[in-house]
Write a protein that binds this ligand. Structure first.
Ligand code: MRU
Length: 360
């Protein structure tokens, strides 16, 4: 039996026991430096999420789950009711760090639910047992994400064309998860099963997740990336160089509309025009069945400075204003398939989502 694919680096780690430290591979420093950022307070975790030291929907959720454990460690509650209050307080603060990726709220809810259930079932138990239970829940979220990425890779790899080019946007890889990634995990799995293809990587302005992160990560996995500027996709498609577009997701509404990094919508329109399949890879924790369509997905707006500057160097005249939505929504009708850990969803997506996740 072949060994399961492993990322050659750790994006998120918990170091120690109940009062341990969250260690994040600091993505603000890549590719120049591989440095780990220790988080010891809820404020540290919030800042890491806000400034994209940790980023990508699943990774944000996992970091927030450990953020709850850190909140407990800081609060040092003397009783279970006090611990429940500390969790609520940490969850409210962590939830305010970024709005679009639903995995953040999913993970916080899961931690709060685990806390309430434990408190109900063990009203007289020791606070340390309660805290151990919560740390175990955060560890399970991380471990399950590793398995989920593997399953997405196994389901999705057959969709990858042999001998063609695959275009990806932003980073939906190991740097965005605890495992091999979602979209990129599919590429690693396809490569392992012998498929040959070129990976075209959009640079992904303004924060360059493609150039800085995806290109670095692909190299770590032994795949040489071909980097392109965001405005080159149409011309490559017209030239027949792209056989599939493969991206991740930050939130998928009940009808299949999908929020992902700004620029994804444009790629989906181009792919439809050139009749190229457009695939989304995401864990089921990225689905938000409480909203009927993409118009209800909150879109994060970041500092205009990120647009007016390039790696902290001002590139626009002083009086120029920037406009900086960080995500856009791709309409379900332009998505050829969504690859999840439970299998592949095909259009009509609304029906497929209901059938697979109706009881979520
Ligand atoms: O702003 P970011 O870097 O957090 O945006 C990340 C993305 O858009 C990813 O494609 C998405 O979160 C999926 S990660 C598996």
């Amino acid at each position: 039996m072949t060994e399961p694919l492993q990322p050659p680096f750790h994006t998120i780690q918990w170091d120690g026991g109940l009062d341990g430290t969250l260690l994040l591979l600091d993505q603000r420093k890549l590719p120049a430096e591989v440095r780990f950022l220790p988080c010891r307070t809820v404020e540290d975790v919030m800042e890491a999420i806000r400034t994209l030291a940790v980023r990508g929907a699943p990774a944000i959720g996992i970091a927030a789950a450990f953020g709850i454990c850190i909140g407990l460690s800081q609060a040092k509650p003397a009783s279970i009711p006090q611990a429940l209050t500390a969790i609520e307080d940490a969850a409210v603060r962590l939830a305010s760090s970024r709005p679009t990726a639903v995995n953040l709220f999913w993970a916080l809810e899961r931690m709060e639910k685990a806390a309430r259930r434990f408190a109900e079932q063990n009203p007289t138990s020791d606070v340390r047992d309660f805290r151990r239970h919560l740390l175990q829940e955060a560890r399970s979220i991380l471990q399950e994400d590793i398995e989920t990425c593997r399953a997405i890779g196994e389901h999705g790899w057959t969709l990858i064309p042999d001998g063609g080019g695959v275009l990806t946007h932003c980073n939906a890889g190991a740097l965005a998860t605890a495992g091999i990634g979602t979209a990129l995990g599919i590429l690693y799995t396809a490569r392992r099963y012998g498929k040959e293809f070129t990976v075209y990587v959009d640079e992904t302005r303004p924060l360059l997740q493609g150039a800085r992160l995806t290109a670095w990560e692909l190299s770590q996995f032994g795949i040489r990336p071909t980097l392109i500027c965001d405005n080159m996709a149409a011309s490559l498609m017209k030239a027949g160089k792209i056989s599939a577009v493969l991206v991740g997701a930050d939130r998928i509404a009940a009808n299949g509309d999908t929020a992902n990094k700004i620029g994804t919508l444009g790629l989906s329109i181009l792919a439809a025009h050139f009749q190229i399949p457009f695939y989304v890879a995401a864990p089921t924790s990225t689905f938000d069945l409480s909203i009927p369509s993409g118009q209800f997905i909150p879109i994060e707006h970041r500092s205009p400075d990120e647009v007016c500057s390039f790696r902290n160097l001002r590139i626009a005249p002083p009086d120029a204003e920037g406009y900086n939505p960080a995500f856009d929504v791709t309409d379900a009708e332009r998505i050829s398939a969504v690859i999840t850990e439970k299998g592949i969803l095909r259009p009509p997506l609304e029906k497929a989502i209901r059938q697979m996740l109706g009881t979520k």
